[in-house]
Design a protein around this ligand. Structure first.
Ligand code: CA2
Length: 149
């Protein structure tokens, strides 16, 4: 059975592709999901992809990942800069966590420079556009797929 990787997306990412293309590009979240699913098949990962504008839903998905998912890829969006609750939930997850940000948060307003999650992430991908999700899954595969003998 393929290892399960949960891809989580936080508030407003459902608007991807509809506004601010100079910051977030033109790809929609549905296209990002399709890219992740296609790549997951190639890499031997079972992808579960979610987006929510509600903090508790992201936390519930992280809790449900415990003991069943091999890894989590997360773009927690604005909760990056505010949510100790998401950090606490991720701290209770044993597998690798890769944090993704579409934009280069370090080139933007100072309040975007701090992430509560970065300290528990195995890797962080920032400013690579929606390609960041592809890079995160490639890295995740290295971390969770057993080398074939
Ligand atoms: O760069 C990223 O991926 C962010 O996580 C995106 C968040 C932002 O608060 C973080 O600082 C960095 C915002 C997501 C909102 O996405 C939109 C996409 C299109 C139109 C409007 C919002």
């Amino acid at each position: 059975m393929s290892p399960i990787v949960i891809v989580l997306n936080g508030p407003n990412l459902n608007l991807l592709g509809s506004r601010e293309p100079d910051i977030y590009g033109r790809e929609t979240l549905a296209q990002v999901e399709a890219d992740c699913r296609r790549l997951g098949e190639e890499l031997g990962l079972a992808i579960e992809f979610h987006q929510s504008n509600r903090e508790y839903e992201l936390i519930d998905w992280i809790h449900r990942a415990r003991g069943r998912a091999a890894g989590i890829v997360i773009n927690q969006a604005a909760f990056t800069h505010t949510s100790v609750a998401i950090l606490d939930a991720l701290n209770a997850f044993d597998g690798p966590i890769i944090e993704v940000h579409i934009s280069n948060v370090h080139k933007r307003e100072p309040f975007r420079h701090h992430s509560y999650v970065s300290g528990v992430a195995s890797g962080i991908i920032v400013g690579c556009g929606t390609q960041g999700y592809v890079l995160a899954l490639q890295r995740m595969a290295k971390l969770v797929v057993e080398p074939k003998r």
